[in-house]
Design a protein around this ligand. Structure first.
Ligand SMILES: Nc1ncnc2c1ncn2[C@@H]1O[C@H](COP(=O)(O)OP(=O)(O)OP(=O)(O)O)[C@@H](O)[C@H]1O
Length: 377
């Protein structure tokens, strides 16, 4: 993943006004890197190719009139501008979708890897695949993932990224903003707003199918995220750029209490958590996020104007889910699954509410480090 301001950075497209503006990125040292050309996008090479192709298709009499050198040049144009980018994209990552993108692959990943999140699975599968299959979306896809720590929000973002781009989180077209890292100082909010707009504009200009992930939304200064409102709205173009194919994912712990209350009510009344429906949570979640000063969305116009497509609840994880996470980790380290160790690691975790001990305090986070204790050879 291109972590904004750290390591590989999102590209800043420089044209006109933006080229002359201050390009220093406050949140993380050096400024964003410029991408010269979006591979696979309709760059100048592709346009040249199309023009050349058009020339070749002209009436034979015209073609006959063209001397061999011009014809050769036109052919070269076709090769370099039209065929080469396509050949290139067979071997390297290009802006756009993964070649093998399929609903089945995304579903398989979610079914096999993500535990205890039936609502998130269903929403994400339908929302992401529906959006990617739509050749002309009216607005970018915006998903706001909410839930307790360690319940899989970052994990799902990774699965989404991997299903869109071969490089997953390491793709040049996937960008991560971390509130405490990139927007640490409340006094710089005006500057951050400018930077954020420039950065997103630059990357979407270079690749329409860019993915932006905003982690720690609950630590984002109120009002900052509203800077990107014009990009999330139903506009065909904003200053000549279309944002309609981009994907924005917001991650937050805000609203976790509300989600937990619903999950606990179901548990106490003896119902299966899988019986929880989106309608049991979604509205209350959006209202609570809107009214929460520490949500990053406090009185945000993104919610007010209905620009968030889905509020995705992540349910708190239970003992059985921790065991599933531990088994996966054992397998990935090449160990035989030892059910005795699985139970011992899971029992070391703390659970809430105090009396009933239903949900893991830290979700699946830290189970992996606890496992080290049993394999310290
Ligand atoms: N529901 C889940 N199913 C499978 N694995 C999970 C799940 N939740 C968490 N994990 C595992 O725990 C790790 C940490 O979870 P993750 O970073 O996704 O939590 P998070 O919800 O983003 O937490 P935070 O709110 O603290 O950022 C993941 O990389 C994954 O290995």
């Amino acid at each position: 993943m291109a972590v904004a301001g750290v390591g590989r950075r999102p590209a800043l497209h420089q044209d006109g006004l933006h080229d002359k503006r201050n390009r220093k990125w406050f949140g993380g040292g050096a400024g964003p890197r410029r991408r010269e050309n979006a591979r696979g996008g309709a760059g100048p090479g592709m346009k040249l190719g199309r023009v050349a192709l058009g020339l070749l298709l002209l009436a034979p009499s015209v073609v006959r009139a063209v001397e061999p050198i011009s014809l050769g040049l036109a052919l070269a144009g076709v090769l370099t501008g039209y065929i080469y980018p396509r050949l290139y994209c067979l071997f390297a990552e290009c802006c756009g979708q993964k070649r093998s993108l399929s609903r089945e692959a995304l579903q398989k990943d979610l079914d096999h890897k993500l535990f205890g999140q039936h609502l998130a699975k269903k929403i994400i599968l339908n929302a992401v695949f529906g959006f990617l299959s739509n050749p002309k979306p009216k607005k970018p896809l915006t998903l706001s993932l909410h839930g307790w720590t360690g319940t899989g929000k970052n994990f799902v973002s990774k699965i989404i990224a991997e299903n869109i781009y071969e490089g997953g989180l390491n793709s040049d077209y996937v960008h991560l903003f971390v509130a405490t890292l990139h927007f640490p100082h409340a006094s710089n909010i005006t500057l951050y707003k400018d930077q954020l707009q420039l950065w997103i504009r630059g990357n979407v200009s270079a690749c329409a199918r860019s993915v932006f992930i905003f982690d720690e939304m609950d630590k984002m200064h109120a009002g900052l995220i509203d800077a990107i409102k014009p990009f999330l709205d139903y506009y065909d173009l904003v200053d000549g750029v279309s944002y309609q194919k981009a994907i924005f994912i917001f991650l937050s712990n805000a609203g976790a209490e509300r989600i937990t209350d619903v999950a606990l009510d179901f548990w106490r009344s003896g119902k299966q958590r899988e019986e929880i429906k989106l309608k049991d949570i979604e509205h209350a979640l959006s209202v609570s996020v809107f009214n929460n000063k520490n949500s990053g969305f406090w009185h945000s116009s993104l919610i007010d104007r209905n620009l968030i497509d889905y509020f995705v609840p992540f349910l708190p994880l239970e003992y059985k889910h921790l065991k599933m996470c531990i088994r996966v980790e054992m397998q990935s380290r090449g160990y035989e699954i030892d059910e005795d160790i699985v139970s011992r690691v899971a029992e070391e975790m703390t659970f809430f509410p105090k009396e009933e001990r239903v949900f893991s305090d830290k979700g699946c986070k830290t189970v992996f480090t606890k496992l080290d204790y049993y394999y310290d050879d």
